[in-house]
Write a protein that binds this ligand. Sequence first.
Ligand code: BES
Ligand code: MN
Ligand code: ZN
Length: 489
Amino acid sequence: MTDLPAVSILENDLSDLAARAGVIVVFATPDGKLDQGARKVNSLTKKSLARLIESEAFEKAKEGDALPMSYPVGVAATKIVVVKMGRRPSAEVARKAGASVAKARGTDDALILGGSIGRMADVAYGCALRGYTFTPHKTGDQDAQGAIDVMVTQVEEVQAATDVMMAIAQGVVFTRDLTNEPANVLTTTEFANRLAEMESIGLTVEVLEEDALEELGMGSLLCVGLGSASPSKVVVMQWNGGGDEAPFALVGKGVVFDTGGISLKPAGGMEDMTMDMGGAGVVSGVMKTLALRKAKANVVGLVGLVENMPSDRATRPGDVVTSMKGDTIEVINTDAEGRLVLADVLWYAQERFKPTGVINLATLTGAIIIGLGHENAGVFSNDDQLCNRFLKAAGAEGEGAWRMPMGAAYDAKLKSRIADMKNVGGRDAGSITAAQFLQRFIKDDMPWIHLDIAGVASVKAETALAPAGATGWGVMALNRLIADTYEAE
Ligand code: BES
Ligand code: MN
Ligand code: ZN
């Protein structure tokens, strides 16, 4: 797994600043006031910072932007990075500042002179997350990461906040690694093995193999993997940090590669379907974070791991399968496979765990990208309270999420001539009919959200806290939802 840079929170000590190697990060308020650390650097460097804050570049910079100065006189550091930021920044600005620092420092060691400025944990968090790169398949020297030292006056307080934030960052990076990984490496078996390793941090992890899934009657999930050499699996991860109350359930689509099956996708861009396990990746990342920060909540994460391949054994269009629930499904299009996987995992999650609510995540439809682009995930829910809580958590974490409608008229599109339903509802409202399909496997009165993350799980351009590629979208929002809703005293 990609390691995060080491972050150390240290006592404020400006005595050896001149000899410090690497990058030194200082802060200037938007109205040009230098913090204590910045004043010291200013005097060491013959007032170069004073020049900088008088400049047009500083004037034009936004809060959270960084202005790097290379090879300054008077210090050993190769770069001074001046961050424009107020003394009491919002979490968003502080994380953006951290991201700016990540870009300015590259893989050099950084010393951040935080002094008594607020939200230094968020600065370190933004720096760690934006500094992520996915390098396991690049040959050459990969070790250089560089350490992040943060000097502050309130060491204990900032350390405690940093510990929590780094647990979240570990979850995000775990999700990104899984989602970025190519499908010849991240097979269903490899995925399950990586999840089983989380036993070491206190999760209970079970891997249900094909015979067990057959026993359970998961004909819907199993029909997706029939064409693949990789065995289908369901992995159950339990975190019991709460009392004896029923858990909350997270369910993820884990299609390690989606060729479309017999309803084969076109060649152009098919390589992007390595990220079709993104929903399972987010569930896994959240479970990792909950365990690392020892969350006081009971949460169970379930992922359906399959590969959708064409072969002589693959499911054909027109085949009818029977779900664990007992409902029969006419498979019109083998490329609408995610919903077939989720149908059985959702049902199993409710039958076995009687959860207080369920949230599923899936890179489910191309149509959600047409509707919302890469800025927002589609949010579908049968429960206004849970939905609003989620939207609030996502908003607070800067993870775009937009509620979509549902209703009986959409559901009617799933009527089949020969089975209880078909797996596609036609081109119109493709994301909504997919959500309606899932809702058929949600019990009455079960609070439920379906998150269609096809547009946000992996993107071609960098985002605030991630380079191009897997984003880890949703780990922060779900972690916050759990913290705010299920851990509140
Ligand atoms: N995994 C795809 C959806 C997808 C598309 C994810 C683009 C990420 C980026 C899903 O399994 C799929 O193929 N959906 C079909 C459904 C259709 C056949 C009803 C789609 O969106 O075209
Ligand atoms: Mn598909
Ligand atoms: Zn898919």
